[in-house]
Design a protein around this ligand. Structure first.
Ligand code: F0G
Length: 456
């Protein structure tokens, strides 16, 4: 049986598409419904959403590709979403009206010409998820999970967050007519992200703990109060985020790149992209899998340590990094991430704070910019090249997960020379602001000095 793929017709409700189940990633048992904690009732592992259709070769992949592209020129809200236009491989809500969308996804794929030249790499791209409606990749997962929260009739949705999830959740909850509860570590998230949650009307609690403490508390809360959790433990988040893989491959005319490199925090995003890639190969949309690799900050390297010790049990760390988005010591989706690393042949790497700061400045100097957590991808690529895991003639995609404007404190401290001031090597990447008298002479002198010391 083939799904309907014509862009003109509305596919909701469609019993074929709506037919998804929850499957445990540990013991494989299948259930029609999931508990509040999204854990298997048999073995306690996380569940994922699946549909036999997404693993079937009966899909007409050429028709799918044409329909997905065609929807971009439609005027209907789900078609204009870079998530819902891929609906044949997603769980379907009961009706089109229930969908909560801010026209997420459809983000640009940029070439990184300068960085490629510096590293001697031939084909380097950045997929910029920071250009989503609330400035991070979270929106692609949130449109899906908020939709199912709304469909289930929840009044309250909740998350623990290092900032981006809360900003995204608050926005989608507001659009979907729900209240949102945010648990964030006090003093450890950027003001930009916190201010988004406030503006979108979330009840925002700054807890005196770290992200891991916030997530633990949320797990207890969902067991004792009728709130729906929208962390990436929620398998619908993963379904939305997996569409990055479809969109990226579409941008490459379905010719897979050799490598996709993502930052790792709670490890939902790497799991999601990997799930998307594997399902695409199963239904015949692509023939070859890109290798998916995960980069962590040295100070928040739980996955690196876990794999170093055999990968059978999670090795938690006390996380510390200025890349606050990934300041996470006990990543919830570690087993899902290990599965997709193994399935795609990717690896994990860690990078230092100084390497992150330099890479962020280099991405900024391309006229693109990103937040610190996203810059781990470029810093990590340098290491993967040195290790010989990535070859210079291979095609590489970095997933930039958050917008430059998400963490202006980091950017200002860096360029003013206040961050890692002892490190002279970083000075060539700093662009200090200059305070001058308001005179033509002063500005011209500064311009001439800049031209003399210019390296480009
Ligand atoms: N990059 C950014 C900008 C993030 O905000 C996050 C996670 C990650 C990377 C890591 O993704 O957790 O799926 O491995 N931020 C979460 C939050 C935890 O609460 O905003 P991950």
């Amino acid at each position: 049986m083939q799904p309907s793929v014509t862009s003109k017709e509305s596919v909701y409700p469609n019993p074929l598409l709506a037919n998804f189940v929850f499957r445990c990633i540990g013991c494989g048992s299948v259930a029609q419904a999931a508990g509040q904690d999204f854990r298997c009732s048999q073995c306690g592992n996380l569940v994922e959403v699946t549909n036999p259709l997404w693993e079937s070769s009966a899909i007409d992949s050429a028709a799918l590709k044409a329909a997905w592209r065609g929807r971009k020129s439609s005027n209907s809200a789900p078609d204009l979403s870079g998530v819902w236009r891929f609906r044949e491989l997603l769980p379907a809500p009961s009706s089109e009206q229930v969908i909560v969308t801010l026209r997420e996804g459809n983000t640009p794929l940029y070439t990184l010409l300068r960085a490629a030249r510096t590293m001697g790499v031939q084909h380097l791209y950045a997929k910029h998820q920071g250009l989503n409606p609330t400035g991070s990749f979270k929106d692609t997962g949130m449109t899906m999970a908020a939709t199912f929260a709304r469909q289930a009739g929840y009044r309250w949705v909740a998350c623990a967050s290092t900032g981006n999830t809360s900003a995204s959740m608050a926005a989608y909850a507001a659009r979907g007519g729900m209240r949102s509860l945010v648990l964030v570590p006090e003093g450890k998230i950027s003001w930009s992200k916190l201010s988004q949650a406030l503006d979108y009307g979330a009840l925002t609690c700054q807890l005196r703990t770290d992200f891991d403490g916030c997530l633990r508390l949320l797990q207890e809360l969902v067991r004792s109060a009728p709130v729906y959790q929208l962390n990436s433990l929620n398998p619908f988040r993963i379904e939305g985020q997996k569409t990055l893989a479809y969109e990226l491959l579409e941008q490459f005319e379905w010719q897979p790149p050799d490598h996709i490199i993502v930052p790792g925090g709670n490890l939902g995003n790497s799991s999601a992209i990997g799930k998307g890639l594997l399902e695409m190969r199963q239904v015949g949309l692509i023939a070859k899998l890109p290798r998916l690799s995960v980069i962590q900050a040295e100070g928040a390297n739980a996955l690196v340590r876990t794999l170093r010790e055999g990968g059978k049990r999670l090795v938690s760390v006390k996380a510390e990094t200025r890349a606050t988005a990934i300041r996470i010591g006990s990543p919830a989706s570690w087993e899902k991430a290990i599965k997709v690393l193994n399935a795609t042949g990717g690896i994990v790497e860690e990078v230092s704070e100084i390497e992150i700061a330099q890479a962020k400045a280099e991405i900024g100097a391309e006229g693109i910019g990103c937040e610190p957590a996203s810059a781990v991808t470029l810093a990590g690529l340098k290491k993967l090249l040195r290790r010989g895991f990535v070859k210079k003639d291979e095609m590489v995609v970095l997933v930039l997960t958050g917008n430059l404007l998400k963490d202006p404190d980091f950017t200002m401290e860096f360029h003013r020379g206040e961050l890692f001031s002892e490190n002279a090597q970083l000075n060539v990447y700093r662009h200090r602001p200059v305070v001058l008298d308001a005179s033509l002479k002063a500005v011209i002198q500064t311009l001439e000095q800049a031209e003399k010391s210019s390296t480009t």
